[in-house]
Write a protein that binds this ligand. Structure first.
Ligand code: CP
Length: 354
């Protein structure tokens, strides 16, 4: 079985193929309108969404397929105590592909232990959001004309911002991509992402000043402070307005710079920036649907051909994950680990096991 839970489940070559397919869909939509006739996509959204759920649903409908699912865990049998594994095993009797969003880190790794159809991660807690990265990559490619030789500013909540984690994992595979990580120290990147950049000799700078490297950036990727992931309201209130991009802060930016944001925004980009030709975040929304169409086609095709991908090597451990947001803290799952350079990490959420 082939799943996409992490952007690295897709090779660089496969991402290039998806980019080309998405561009072909944009140019020739009629060629694809029956491509998924008689196929069903299930959207299991345990956490709110506008773009990801509706773009997946629009993508499947535009491919001629049908959509089933739920838009909140509260409207499913989760409220009666059903586990992710049982839900996914059930839904895989009804659908050809499952798209799942969950508030807990690593939940899709619980799902794939029980599914009978491909699973796509539509965002798990503060961990990963691989299909947002597909949207981001097409946007960067369309706006900058390349995926190599880029300086990318990542600004805001880099700790809980799952889209940033997936984007870094994707782009470190391209040549000469540098990052400027702009956040307060409380919201800096998690250790496993910093370690990944170090292991891959990726050049990155860390700053808490948005304007410090503005003139160097080819892409400025803004993010929302993720209110729903904070332990206390007071901590969120203290950090929520840490960066607000206004037109005056763009004075030193390159005229060719692209401003991205996975959306939704709260106040971190002032609305008058929307009129700046560098604002690319609503194009990013549109591109997301085409990349998701390309991905659905690819996964259904793989499933029909019986193409599989090797699963990550996991080992049973007696260590428990102490990340309170990990799916293992909510459901009784086998305590699996994966080997990391600094020791065993939780198979589900990648937290270091102590
Ligand atoms: N970018 C993104 O994931 O948006 P939604 O939460 O609206 O799906």
């Amino acid at each position: 079985m082939r799943h996409v839970l992490d952007i690295v489940d897709l090779s660089k070559e496969e991402i290039e193929t998806l980019l080309k397919r998405a561009e072909d869909i944009i140019d020739h939509p009629k060629l694809y309108r029956d491509a998924c006739r008689y196929k069903k996509l299930a959207t299991l959204f345990y956490e709110p969404s506008t773009r990801t759920r509706l773009s997946f649903e629009a993508a499947m409908l535009e491919l001629g397929g049908a959509v089933i699912g739920f838009e909140a865990g509260t409207s499913s049998s989760t409220t009666k105590g059903e586990t992710v594994g049982d839900t996914v095993r059930t839904v895989s009797q009804y659908a050809d592909v499952i798209v799942m969003r969950h508030p807990n880190d690593g939940a899709p790794y619980a799902a794939i232990q029980r599914t009978e159809v491909p699973v796509i991660n539509a965002g798990d807690g503060g961990h990963n959001h691989p299909t947002q990265t597909l949207a981001d990559i097409l946007t960067i490619y369309k706006k900058q004309g390349r995926l190599n030789d880029l300086t990318i500013g990542l600004c805001g909540d880099l700790k809980y911002g799952r889209t940033v984690h997936s984007l870094i994992r994707a782009l470190i595979r391209y040549n000469n991509v540098r990052f400027v990580c702009i956040s307060p120290k409380e919201l800096c990147l998690p250790d496993y992402i910093l370690q990944l950049m170090d292991e891959n000799n990726v050049e990155y700078k860390i700053t808490d000043r948005m304007e410090e490297y503005m003139a160097d950036l080819d892409v400025l990727y803004m993010t929302r402070v993720q209110q729903e992931r904070f332990d206390t309201r007071a901590e969120y209130e203290r950090l929520k307005d840490c960066y607000i991009l206004t037109t005056d802060k763009l004075l030193t930016a390159k005229p060719t710079m692209s401003i991205l944001h996975p959306l939704p925004r709260v106040n971190e980009i002032a609305c008058d920036v929307d009129d700046d030709p560098r604002a690319a975040y609503f194009d990013q929304v549109a591109f997301g649907k085409y990349m998701r169409m390309a991905l659905i086609l690819e996964l259904i095709d793989d499933a029909e051909k019986g193409n599989a991908a090797p699963e990550r090597v996991k080992i049973l451990t007696d260590k428990r994950c102490d990340n309170p947001r990990c799916i293992t803290c909510r459901e009784d799952l086998k305590p699996y680990a994966v080997n990391g350079k600094s020791g065993l990490r939780c198979y589900y959420c990648e937290a270091l096991l102590k």
